[in-house]
Ligand binder design. Structure first.
Ligand SMILES: NC(=O)c1ccc[n+]([C@@H]2O[C@H](COP(=O)([O-])OP(=O)(O)OC[C@H]3O[C@@H](n4cnc5c(N)ncnc54)[C@H](O)[C@@H]3O)[C@@H](O)[C@H]2O)c1
Length: 280
C-alpha cells in the first residue's frame, strides 16, 4: 500500500541542478519511485551517481547540459525532453548559487548572477514545464477546469534564509532571490490549478552539500555555528529531504497541498539559539 502511494511509474520529472547536491538527492528519491528523469544543469558532466540511477531503477534518464538563465537554452532542452520522454509531469527547480558578501559591499555582479540563476532560471524552467503540462491538459479536457490535482506538480526550492538570518552568513542577495522564488508559489498555484497543476516550494535548512562545503572552505566556523543552530546539534544530510520531495511530487500523498512552502530545517528556525544567547 505504502509503495503504491509513492509510485511515480510512467511519470517524467524535469529536475534542474541535479548534476550534484540536493538536486541529485531529489533525482535519487524520484528514481526510487520509478519516475523517469530529465536533468538540466550547467556542469559539463553530472555525478556518476546520477547516471547510475538509470540502470539501478530501470528508468529513462537523460542529462541536458543547459544554462537555465538562457530562455533559448531552456526552450531547446524542454522541446527535446517532450520529444524524447513524451510528457512532463513533475518539475523540481534545485539549481542555485550563493555568494557570501556583506550587504554594504554586494556587487552588481553578485546581484545579477544570483537573481539570474535562482529566480529567473527557476521562472523560465517552471514556465516552460507548465506550458507543456497545460497543453497536455487542454488536449484531453479542452477548456473544462480541473477538479483533480493530478495533471502535474511544480516544486521551487527556496531556503531557510527566507525565514531567518544567520549571523554566520552575509547572504542578503541570496535570501532576497529565494524570497522572490517563494513569491511565485501562490500566484502560480492559483493560475495553474484550473489545469490540474499544483505548485509548492520546499525550503531546506542547513544541509551538507557541495554548496555548503564551498562556503565552509571560505569560513571554517560556519558549519560549527549551523550545528549549534538546529535542535539536534548537527546540519541536515541530503537524504533527509527525500521524504519531503516524494511527498510533494506524489499527488496520491499531497494532492490537496498547493500554494505552500514546506520548511524542513531540523528546528533551526523555531528557537532562540544558545549560540546567540552566549554572545549576548
Ligand atoms: N545546501 C543547503 O544548505 C541549502 C539550504 C537551503 C537551500 N538550498 C538550495 O537548494 C538548492 C541546491 O543546493 P545545493 O546545496 O545542492 O547546491 P550545489 O551547488 O551543490 O548544486 C547546485 C547545482 O545547480 C547547478 N547550477 C548552477 N548554476 C546553474 C545554471 N546557470 N544553469 C543550470 N544549473 C546551474 C550547479 O551546477 C549545481 O549542480 C539551491 O537552490 C540552494 O539554494 C541549499
Amino acid at each position: 500500500m505504502a509503495t503504491d502511494f509513492f509510485t511515480l511509474k510512467g511519470k517524467t520529472a524535469v529536475l534542474t541542478g541535479a548534476a550534484r547536491g540536493l538536486g541529485l538527492t531529489f533525482a535519487t528519491a524520484l528514481a526510487s519511485a520509478n519516475c523517469n528523469i530529465a536533468v538540466l544543469d550547467i556542469l559539463h558532466e553530472p555525478s556518476p551517481c546520477l547516471l547510475a540511477l538509470r540502470d539501478h531503477h530501470d528508468i529513462k534518464l537523460e542529462y541536458y547540459r543547459t544554462d537555465i538563465t538562457s530562455r533559448r537554452e531552456v526552450s531547446v532542452a524542454i522541446e527535446k525532453i517532450e520529444a524524447e520522454f513524451g510528457r512532463i509531469d513533475i518539475n523540481v527547480n534545485a539549481a542555485g548559487v550563493v555568494t557570501d558578501e556583506s550587504f554594504l559591499t554586494t556587487t552588481d555582479e553578485n546581484v545579477d548572477h544570483t537573481f539570474a540563476v535562482n529566480f529567473t532560471g527557476s521562472f523560465l524552467v517552471a514556465q516552460a514545464c507548465a506550458n507543456s503540462m497545460v497543453a497536455r491538459y487542454k488536449s484531453v479536457h479542452g477548456s473544462k477546469p480541473a477538479a483533480q490535482p493530478t495533471n502535474g506538480t511544480i516544486i521551487l526550492i527556496a531556503s531557510i534564509a527566507t525565514y531567518i538570518a544567520s549571523s554566520a552568513q552575509q547572504i542578503s542577495c541570496y535570501a532576497a532571490s529565494k524570497a522572490a522564488v517563494k513569491g511565485l508559489v501562490k500566484p502560480m498555484a492559483m493560475e495553474l490549478a484550473p489545469y490540474g497543476i499544483r505548485v509548492n516550494s520546499l525550503s531546506p535548512g542547513y544541509m551538507m552539500t557541495d554548496m555548503m562545503r564551498g562556503l565552509q572552505e571560505q569560513q571554517p566556523q560556519l558549519v560549527d555555528q549551523f550545528e549549534r543552530e538546529t535542535l539536534f546539534g548537527r546540519v541536515g544530510i541530503p537524504g533527509e529531504l527525500k521524504g519531503p520531495i516524494l511527498y510533494l511530487c506524489c499527488a496520491s500523498a499531497s494532492g490537496w497541498y498547493t500554494g505552500q512552502d514546506l520548511l524542513v530545517d531540523g528546528g533551526a528556525s523555531t528557537w532562540k539559539h544558545p549560540a546567540i544567547l552566549a554572545t549576548a
